[in-house]
Design a protein around this ligand. Structure first.
Ligand code: NAP
Length: 259
């Protein structure tokens, strides 16, 4: 039986939409106090309203994780409103697509700035509070894209998602004496506002190659993140869990024939 997260404080970056909102919903339902963070204040306020009534208290703070000072402000807001931080879900991410050959330095900086540096800055900013918790948890939203698979147009994105895992393996060692674990969820294709921008053809072609023949739901990622946050996962650090409906399993199209 898993112990409850009732009363613990969770910071979810990118909590205004998509996977982050799904993670926030799952933690709120489990009784946690949730601080959602994102750049656009109106979407964020609407998300916080949607999430209130799920269980725990929900607060919102605007911030850009690509900016160190905003990461510090998000962490300070959690301490101010809830008295500390027990769990950081470093989820904020962008996935613009462009062929590798056309990528500019600005394109690469934007993706690495949010997805990789934003993750690292958020962990740094929350670390004093996570250590004070005595059972601090970091859960990164990585991806199958980069660490396992590739997709044309996402070379910079895939690099950022693989880099998150390189970061977490050393961070796990450095944070272990502070009783803080750090793990990552690696989603496959999840039905979110961001993914919808890829268009109907992309979604149909993707569903065809997933053994379960459907996209994942945002709460599928939320439950995996919740597991890493439980007391029962205290001895797991520096690890990853793929949540992809089996998408990365088929060796060839023949493996999917007839299913
Ligand atoms: P989404 O629907 O576009 O939502 C992204 C969230 O991140 C929004 O709340 C957005 O709000 C926020 N955000 C973006 N840039 C930010 C920044 N610089 N600072 C703070 N917040 C920022 O995306 P999603 O599909 O849920 O993806 C969420 C995470 O899951 C990303 O890390 C992505 O790489 C990962 N992922 C997604 C999928 C998928 O299939 N959807 C698969 C694998 C991995 P604002 O724009 O208002 O800031």
């Amino acid at each position: 039986m898993f112990t409850s997260l009732d009363g613990r404080t969770v910071v979810v970056t990118g909590g205004s939409k998509g996977i982050g909102k799904g993670i926030a919903r799952v933690f709120a339902r489990s009784g946690a106090n949730v601080l959602v963070a994102a750049r656009d204040g109106s979407t964020l306020a609407q998300a916080a309203d949607d999430l209130r009534g799920e269980g725990g208290r929900v607060e919102a703070v605007t911030g850009d994780v690509a900016k160190v000072e905003d990461c510090r402000a998000i962490a300070a807001a959690a301490a101010d409103r809830f008295g500390g931080i027990d769990v950081l879900c470093a989820n904020a991410g962008i996935f613009p697509d462009k062929p590798f050959i056309e990528l500019t330095e600005a394109d690469i900086d934007a993706v690495l700035g949010c997805n990789l540096k934003g993750t690292m800055f958020m962990v740094q900013a929350c670390l004093p509070a996570l250590e004070a918790s005595g059972r601090g948890r970091v859960v990164i939203t990585s991806s199958i894209t980069g660490p396992i698979t590739g997709y044309p147009g996402w070379s910079h994105y895939g690099a950022s998602k693989a880099a998150q895992l390189g970061f977490l393996r050393t961070a796990a060692i450095e944070l272990a004496p502070k009783k803080v674990t750090i793990n990552a969820v690696m989603p496959g294709n999840i039905a979110t506002e961001g993914l919808a921008e890829m268009g109907g053809d992309y979604i149909r072609e993707t569903e065809a190659v997933i053994p379960q023949h459907r996209l994942g739901g945002v709460e599928d990622i939320g439950y995996a993140a919740l597991f890493f946050a439980t007391d029962q996962a205290a001895y797991i650090t520096g690890q990853t869990i793929v949540v992809d409906g089996g998408q990365t399993l088929p060796e060839s199209p023949a493996a999917l024939a007839g299913i």
